[in-house]
Design a protein around this ligand. Sequence first.
Ligand SMILES: C[S@@+](CC[C@H](N)C(=O)[O-])C[C@H]1O[C@@H](n2cnc3c(N)ncnc32)[C@H](O)[C@@H]1O
Ligand code: SF4
Length: 386
Amino acid sequence: MTGAAAPLGVYIHWPYCARICPYCDFNVVRDRGRSAAGEALVEAIAADLTAQAALMRASNAEGFELVSIYLGGGTPSLMHPAHVRRLVDLVRSLWSASGQVEVTLEANPADADPSSFEAFASAGINRLSLGVQSFDDEALRFLKRDHDAAQAARALDLALAAFPRVSLDLIYALPDQTPHGWRRSLQAAAGLGATHVSAYQLTLEPGTPFARAARRGTLARIDADLGAEFYDVTVDTLSDAGFEPYEVSNFARGERARSRHNLVYWRGESYVGAGPGAHGRLLLEGRRTATEAERSIGAYMTRVGRQGTGWGRQEPMAAADALEERILMGLRISDGVELADIARLGRTGALAPLVQDGWLTADAGRVRTTRAGRLLLDSVTGALLA
Ligand SMILES: C[S@@+](CC[C@H](N)C(=O)[O-])C[C@H]1O[C@@H](n2cnc3c(N)ncnc32)[C@H](O)[C@@H]1O
Ligand code: SF4
């Protein structure tokens, strides 16, 4: 590679959770005390990262520059801080960085504790993503979370004291929630000092207890119009509180508060994925390559032992597929995508009617989704890329 170094993110998946939430379809298992003693998995992740760095170096990767490390899950706040330090230090030694590296840890409010937050901060975490989900006790009971609203607020206070940047995850459009009640929750959340909010509409993921309950008729589904009303309330309330909707579900107070890590995904940049089930997108032998680690913890560790990386799948992407993925992801963010990319894919003809109908704008060489288009993003991108 020549020219400026390309940004690189590193995602590390920690699969353990104290309890499994009834709406969640992430790659997770019950912790049963295994996280704290998770040395073997930490060392497998370390070996996987080291093997991926060696492959990148052998292939092309002198020109990459680390911009973000993200420990997600699962519940990485169950990890021992020494294990977090081990992985953060290792990643920093494997890839060089010239600027500040964003280092995020996902945390559950039930794990909030001044001494562990301090230990995570001194292990190198400079951004905490706190899964509060709601500041309303009824909503938290419905979601079967193991914290209440008071614990959520306390966790946020502790996080703000320990980390320079804090993000909140919230879930909305619950069956008994009203747009008015959601607005009040958002106003409360916005007043508490976080500079970043991820607000997700509740999705009934196939195979989860919530999806089964919806099929049985014991959990009400939100219709599309009400979903749109909730979304409008989200964007209006957070915008009024000074948050910019820089992605469909993500809101930041100022550009520096944006998630650099998620921008790696949305901009189609490169990322390493390590840990059970983690996905990556790497430049190997000059081709963008999709990687996917073995999902089960045992299979992952075995694979790392035999192969070096934990990859169960490793597939060079066709140039058109890589471009299509970049457009799909890029239309999620307010920066949008380059018009030239759409032309390269031969889809300029599909653009004009979508612009005419008010779903997209095309201006100064960039294509962006309008607010109305964001609500129908899947249909809009479907029509554009079909
Ligand atoms: C990987 S999860 C984990 C974070 C952390 N373990 C927690 O639960 O707080 C990241 C976020 O995805 C969101 N999420 C997970 N399942 C969801 C669903 N079915 N619908 C909407 N949001 C969901 C939640 O807001 C959650 O905080
Ligand atoms: S929502 Fe978070 S805590 Fe709940 S099962 Fe999923 S990853 Fe674990």
